[in-house]
Design a protein around this ligand. Structure first.
Ligand SMILES: Nc1ncnc2c1ncn2[C@@H]1O[C@H](COP(=O)(O)OP(=O)(O)OP(=O)(O)O)[C@@H](O)[C@H]1O
Ligand SMILES: [Mg+2]
Length: 166
């Protein structure tokens, strides 16, 4: 596990941006955290880092949104309103995992068993101040452990986020 701290909304966007630049085809990010934690903001940063030029909005009602203007296709999911794992199957969820694009999944913890074995769990929690967030990375698989290490190396005050532990 690796944690990072952001002190502003822009810091979380920048963290996402740096992560997005490092993403490769087939990558899967499983995002967790309360309502308003900053999952969508991190996704917006990651999409920008991947070169997506469209406006990225929360796909709460559509469940999934595809963005194809970046370096790789982005499959953005929001599972908040999904009731049953079967619904995931019905939207063809599995086909988007490990494919030609990157999958960014908000509320992934609602259906943990449906997530691929290898993925990066990203948990966002509120910090002490109202605009502080602690971003915890739990990598499943060597590729994601390396990504976490790279993010540690790029962290400092100028990056918008700092390394907060482990
Ligand atoms: N350090 C911070 N990081 C992220 N967001 C922050 C931070 N400080 C303040 N905010 C604010 O918190 C809100 C995060 O909203 P966002 O939609 O990204 O959350 P979410 O986790 O996707 O919520 P939901 O579960 O409703 O989808 C934004 O209004 C943002 O401006
Ligand atoms: Mg959201």
């Amino acid at each position: 596990m690796t944690s990072f701290l952001t002190r502003t909304a822009d810091g979380t966007f920048q963290f996402g941006h740096t992560l997005g630049k490092k993403l490769a085809a087939g990558d899967v990010l499983c995002l967790t955290g309360d309502l308003g934690a900053g999952k969508t903001l991190l996704v917006q940063g990651a999409a920008a880092g991947l070169g997506v030029t469209e406006t990225v909005t929360s796909p709460t009602f559509t469940l999934m949104q595809v963005y194809e203007t970046g370096r790789l296709p982005v499959y953005h999911f929001d599972l908040y309103r999904l009731d049953a794992p079967m619904d995931l199957h019905n939207i063809g969820f599995e086909e988007y995992m490990g494919g030609d694009g990157v999958a960014l999944i908000e509320w992934a913890d609602k259906f943990p068993a449906a997530m691929p074995e290898h993925c990066l769990w990203v948990e966002i929690n509120r910090g002490r101040e109202t605009t502080e967030r602690v971003i915890m990375l739990r990598p499943k698989g060597e590729r994601y452990r390396r990504l976490g290490e790279e993010l540690k190396e790029s962290a400092d005050s100028g990056a918008g986020y700092c390394h907060a532990g482990v």
